[in-house]
Ligand binder design. Structure first.
Ligand code: SF4
Length: 217
């Protein structure tokens, strides 16, 4: 066998897909970032025909090319929450508008084997949109974020995702220097609001694309 690790993940991701479906998520397995983009852009969006699309902070959405592809889309209003040319006040306004988009696309900090999504936000805008507001939500997630249980999910988020994101965002937090969580009280702390989504309500509102590649943090 050429790539046993890829086969291992194919089997495991399909098991997670089944568990997500039991929890009323719509779920897909993509072999690559390119295929994930195609599922999102050519399949789901073509079928949903959203008028407005927005995004929650996600390296994965950028790495898969989904963000760039949608920026060029015609007849869809993009509420761009990634545009760093906007002032901080304008960016907050875009995040508020994103809560009413037809479709919200983002990543997740962890997916538990039994089909739950676990996230930790600085302001809570991404979590707010995942849980309520946009008519549809697409979550794109690399295999590196699949964990066996809730305890491992909480640990992965605090020990890997949060410090890596603090470094990415150039935050003045202890973890950005040491690479580990110090449970800080920094004004720039990015760990403020947790969410655990056990099931999609209504059924099918949240669509999860599991990608057989390492993506994001
Ligand atoms: S609580 Fe503070 S130190 Fe810990 S990961 Fe979050 S921002 Fe970093």
């Amino acid at each position: 066998m050429n790539d046993p690790l890829r086969k291992y993940w194919e089997i495991r991701l399909n098991r997670v897909k089944e568990n997500l479906e039991k929890n009323n998520f719509e779920a897909y397995v993509a072999e690559s970032a390119e295929q994930a983009k195609s599922i999102v852009v050519d399949k789901i969006i073509l079928s949903l025909k959203p008028s407005t699309i927005s995004f929650g902070g996600s390296v994965t959405v950028v790495q898969t090319g989904i963000y760039d592809a949608l920026k060029r889309a015609e007849n869809i209003e993009i509420i761009d929450t990634y545009d760093m040319s906007l002032s901080p006040k304008e960016r907050i306004n875009q995040r508020k508008r994103a809560l009413l988009a037809d479709l919200f696309i983002t990543g997740t900090n962890a997916v538990v084997e039994n089909g739950m999504l676990v996230n930790l936000d600085g302001m809570g805008n991404r979590i707010a949109a995942i849980t309520f507001g946009p008519r549809h939500v697409i979550i794109v997630v690399g295999r590196n974020k699949v964990v066996f249980d809730l305890e491992e999910a909480l640990q992965r988020v605090k020990e890997i995702a949060a410090p890596a994101n603090a470094i990415r965002l150039n935050r003045k937090t202890p973890c950005a220097k040491t690479g580990q969580c110090e449970d800080c009280s920094s004004p720039e702390r990015i760990c403020n609001v947790w969410s655990i989504v056990e099931k999609s309500a209504p059924k099918g509102r949240i669509k999860v694309i599991l990608v057989n590649d390492d993506l994001g943090f």
